[in-house]
Ligand binder design. Structure first.
Ligand SMILES: [Mg+2]
Length: 404
């Protein structure tokens, strides 16, 4: 266990806009919609926050508060691109990380901290690298537990670093207002206030069984969190139901082997995404579209569930061979993995045990994150090498947004 490093990009969407367009640096940027549109600000820059705009402020109100503000609709593909590059940096430190969102991740430091003089130097180094490569500022918390690392990352923002040890953790937690504890929302806070409990230190003194009676399972969670300990119940924050990768071709393809290479490549990409999510899939679906736009789909159960392209590909190969029956070129292929489950049901991503296979794949993911995608090639995708340019993180397939 431990230590863990929690990193969070400060004002992610707005910061990406400022990173791309230096004229916006230092200006109140608000991403979410244009000035007179309906809707709310999804992400205000720190300059906009200092003038009273929060996430969720209506655009109308934001325009009243900051008449000279810069209002942008935002561009999801652009943020995803920065997110991918952010994760590439993180993977160069360790493969052992949990993706919380596009701009938040929790790294298990384990031994890597030894490569640096101390955790503070490590945090500084990582922040500097994200800044140098992406011009994004980040805040970092390092602590003996994941939850304490998260709380620490929120402690000082932007560009904050908060480092806790087993010795300093209790002193850090004790005075924290209970609202800072994940799982304590407005309603829980109100009830606790009525009980005379205002700080994490006070909360940690309340018998767990009592909190369980009042708040149910959530009571046990906040009891653990109030001590800065990972409870048994923290789950993946985002619900992702499937992972898909697809690509179209500049020219229609009829060659069976080359089409299979594409399927393998897309499957490899999708499976890697699942691994970063700590999920396995129960079903794989393929689709392909003939030159005349007739689209064919097929799905197969994956048994046992897997996130390993080596396990899943034989099913893809069998399906495609069975379904590709016309002598007509193909213009698009795609792979979807769905029926997603966490590694073990009823266990959270907090669990530390790692199976051997998972280790192996993660090791490969790690090498690729460090040395580039092409440092490890499989025979199956070699055919693609003749057809596509090598990009930073993979082949540059024709459909750019999808070739991740
Ligand atoms: Mg953030």
């Amino acid at each position: 266990m431990g230590p863990f490093l929690y990193i969070d990009v400060d004002a992610f969407f707005a910061s990406v806009e400022q990173s791309i367009n230096p004229a916006l640096v230092g200006r109140p940027v608000m991403v979410g919609g244009l000035k007179h549109e309906r809707g709310v600000v999804a992400c205000p820059s720190y300059e906009a926050r200092s003038r009273g705009v929060r996430t969720g402020t209506t655009l109308h109100e934001a325009a009243r508060l900051i008449p000279d503000g810069i209002f942008l609709r935002g561009d999801f593909n652009r943020y995803q691109d920065f997110s991918d590059r952010f994760y590439n940096i993180l993977y160069s430190y360790t493969p052992d990380l949990v993706r919380i969102s596009q701009d938040e991740a929790c790294l298990h430091l384990g031994g890597i901290v030894r490569q640096f003089a101390d955790p503070h130097t490590l945090a500084q180094h990582l922040q500097q690298q994200v800044w140098d490569e992406l011009a994004l500022s980040t805040s970092i918390g390092i602590a003996p537990s994941r939850i304490a690392a998260k709380i620490a990352s929120e402690h000082r923002k932007p560009m904050g670093r908060t480092i806790l040890t087993v010795q300093t953790l209790p002193g850090f937690m004790a005075p924290l207002p209970i609202r800072k504890i994940p799982g304590v929302g407005a309603v829980t806070e109100k009830i606790l206030h009525e009980m005379g409990i205002y700080t994490a230190g006070q909360l940690s003194q309340v018998p767990e069984q009592y909190l369980k009676t009042v708040f149910g399972i959530n009571g046990l969670k906040i009891a653990a969190y109030s001590r800065g300990e990972d409870g048994p119940l923290l789950r993946d924050y985002t619900v992702i139901r499937s992972v898909s990768r697809e690509t179209g071709f500049a020219d229609d393809i009829t060659d069976h082997a080359i089409l299979l290479s594409h399927f393998y490549y897309l499957l490899e990409r999708a499976a890697r995404k699942l691994r970063t999510l700590y999920k396995t899939a129960a079903t794989v679906k393929i689709k392909f579209r003939y030159a005349d736009f007739k689209t064919v789909e097929g799905a197969t159960r994956i048994h046992p569930m897997s996130n390993d392209e080596g396990d899943i590909f034989p099913a893809v190969e069998r399906m495609f061979t069975r379904l590709f029956t016309r002598r007509v070129g193909i213009r698009l292929v795609g792979v979807t993995l769905f029926g997603l489950h966490n590694y073990r049901d009823n266990e959270s991503f907090l669990n530390d045990r790692i199976e051997k296979n998972r280790r192996l794949r993660r090791g490969l993911d790690y090498v690729r994150a460090r040395e580039g995608f092409f440092s490890l090639m499989t025979g199956r995708t070699w055919a693609l090498d003749q057809r596509y340019k090598r990009g930073d993180t993979g082949y540059e397939l024709r459909t750019p947004g999808l070739s991740q």
